[in-house]
Design a protein. Structure first.
Ligand SMILES: Cc1cc2nc3c(=O)[nH]c(=O)nc-3n(C[C@H](O)[C@H](O)[C@H](O)COP(=O)(O)O)c2cc1C
Length: 177
């Protein structure tokens, strides 16, 4: 790590079964290694996050369910739309499953995040994890119906690399509030 800074970055994440939260943890660690203080916050539906004035940038992520971000991530976008429009903002989503044949295929621009015309610097989609034993009965039916592959497909090196790249961009001043 070089030139540590007092600037803080927020990594906020909505996760139902924990796999997206673990991706957020890895991102937070990579951005910390890049010299920033990082608050990692798991979003709850009924929680109002304080205002974002103290942050230099926000990285916001959610698990994908039926092509949608989780409600708590969309609520966060809505509550902080003005602040988010004025600061460096990155999105990540976690969901697609599989090794040779990854599905479903999502275009980040078409995912239902609620972002509208917010200026997002990048939106990465990371592969996810499916553990049938942790699912509800209804979820198990859905994954059986669509023949979703079980397993942990998360790409840790890609996640860390993306986190490092964000820290690098912030440090270089290439992205400004
Ligand atoms: C009922 C159900 C629906 C899902 N729908 C999608 C989907 O539309 N697109 C996608 O990429 N992944 C989908 N997934 C996969 C999840 O996004 C993936 O398992 C992810 O890792 C879950 O994140 P979490 O553990 O943080 O909740 C779905 C999973 C379940 C159980």
């Amino acid at each position: 790590m070089s030139n540590p800074t007092d600037e803080k970055v927020l990594v906020a994440v909505a996760s139902k079964h924990g796999s997206t939260f673990e991706i957020a943890q890895a991102l937070a660690a990579a951005i910390r290694e890049g010299g920033f203080k990082v608050d990692l916050r798991e979003l709850q539906k009924d929680e109002e996050v304080d205002d974002l004035d103290c942050y230099r940038a926000v990285i916001l992520g959610s698990a994908i369910y039926a092509g949608n971000w989780l409600p708590e991530a969309k609520i966060f976008v809505e509550q902080h739309r003005v602040a988010l429009s004025e600061m460096p903002l990155w999105f990540f989503s976690c969901g697609p499953l599989g090794e040779d044949e990854v599905k479903p295929k999502h275009n980040p621009a078409e995912l239902k995040t609620g972002a509208g015309d917010l200026p997002i610097l990048d939106h990465q989609i990371f592969l996810g994890k499916l553990d049938p034993s942790s699912l509800t009965f209804g979820e198990r039916l859905v994954v059986k119906m669509v023949k979703a592959p079980s397993g942990d497909f998360r790409e840790w090196e890609k996640v860390r690399e993306w986190g490092r790249a964000i820290a690098g961009k912030l440090r270089s001043g290439l992205v400004e509030a």
